[in-house]
Design a binder for this molecule. Structure first.
Ligand code: DMJ
Length: 395
């Protein structure tokens, strides 16, 4: 997973020898015919997205062949009554199922975060069945949207209409909203339904989920029956997504909220002894640590990247540099690599023993792109998937 997830980062950084070594490992050793369950969503955004992006950048044919193979192995997950995919599949047998903890339903942020990868795969392989599968799933999701566009996180596969579970821009909901906008952009701004669904959700989120602390920090909460003043690190994708989508008459409103939330995400880091953010914070009424661990997540750097690109304000580079230094100080291990920490206020914080693949795919890529020339990635022609893999805008 890590080798595939890191491919396009290596390529963009100009680490050609390492890139070629990874491609040759993929050619010789990467096999998908293995038993055991995998997540349809994680496999799509990391493996399929990673292979497609690296193929798009480098033109290495083996990467597209492997993308085609994993795409074929994932397709049975979409054979449901509504087309909304199961969460989990065995890649060897094609048998798919959903977890018990969601009452047998699929998850919003998973079912709605596979579309741009499969559409890119369809385009590159000239196999329309890939696009047909995710289009059917997305049509079912759109048909089941509540009038305010804010979807509870559980999605029964019977009809694909979201019901049950929290309404959130954090875990379980996040990238569904991210991809409403990105599907519109990736398709060359042709299918206005995605943009309208995104605008509707953002307007409702601004009315129902945005609050300010007495000291003036803006945050996005959740709806779990009633309002819950909790903000996941995952929700820090939102300022970047707002900046990416800010245009037209709502430009000012979206951009000023993007900046305010970006500042809150910065404070989630700056207020901790380590300079790294907890997994989530609560506001009662001011910010306090909810879960103290940090697992190398990228969302705040992602937000700084978009805010830097769209505002040109150097403060975002300064904040990103602070995060980089905190990573060097707390997460780097002598034997090579980086790991998470168990308590962002520990002194010193104790380290876990895991480098998540998104550290190389996302965290380091967003950091790099902030300090690289803008021409390294032109956002008019590429859409960055939720795992930070750039996919070319479709013609
Ligand atoms: C990544 O796999 C993706 O960014 C996903 O959308 C959310 N979780 C991780 C990173 O935190």
């Amino acid at each position: 997973m890590t080798i595939v997830d890191a491919l396009d980062t290596l390529y963009m950084m100009g680490l050609k020898d390492e890139f070629n070594e990874c491609v040759s490992w993929i050619d010789k050793s990467l096999r998908f015919d293995k038993g055991g369950d995998v997540s349809v969503f994680e496999t799509t955004i990391r493996i399929l997205g990673g292979l497609l992006s690296a193929f798009d950048l480098s033109g290495e044919d083996i990467l597209l062949r492997k993308a085609d193979e994993i795409g074929t192995r994932l397709l049975p997950a979409f054979r449901t009554a509504s087309g909304v995919p199961y969460t989990t599949i065995n890649l060897a047998t094609g048998i798919a199922h959903n977890p018990g903890w969601s009452g047998g339903a699929s998850i919003l942020a998973e079912a709605g975060t596979v579309q741009i990868e499969f559409r890119s795969l369809a385009w590159h392989t000239k196999k329309p069945e890939y696009a047909a599968a995710v289009n059917r799933a997305m049509d079912a999701l759109l048909a089941g949207l509540p009038p305010d566009g804010l979807c509870p996180s559980y999605v029964p596969i019977s009809d694909g209409h979201c019901r049950g579970g929290p309404i959130t821009f954090g875990a379980l909901g996040d990238s569904f909203y991210e991809y409403e906008l990105k599907q519109y952009l990736h398709g060359g701004r042709k299918d206005i339904r995605y943009r309208e669904a995104w605008d509707r959700a953002i307007e409702s989120m601004m009315q129902k989920l945005i609050r300010k602390t007495p000291s003036g920090l803006t945050y996005v909460g959740e709806m779990t029956g009633s309002f819950n003043a909790k903000m996941d690190h995952l929700a820090c994708f939102l300022p970047g997504n707002l900046a990416l989508g800010a245009e037209g008459p709502r430009y000012e409103a979206y951009m000023s909220l993007a900046k305010e939330l970006g500042r809150t995400c910065h404070e989630m880091y700056a207020r901790q002894r380590s300079g790294l953010s907890p997994e989530f914070v609560t506001f009662n009424p001011e910010m306090s640590v909810g879960a103290a661990y940090y697992i190398l997540r990228p969302e705040t750097l992602e937000a700084f990247f978009y805010l830097w690109r769209f505002t040109g304000d150097a403060i975002y580079k300064e904040w990103a540099w602070d995060v980089f230094q905190a990573l060097e100080k707390n997460c780097r291990v002598a034997s090579g690599g980086y790991v998470g920490i168990r308590d962002v206020n520990g002194s010193p914080p104790s380290q876990d023993d895991l480098m998540q693949s998104f550290f190389l795919a996302e965290t380091l890529k967003y950091l790099f792109l902030m300090f690289a020339p803008e021409s390294t990635l032109d956002l008019d022609h590429w859409v960055i998937n939720t795992e930070a893999h750039p996919l070319r805008v479709l013609p």
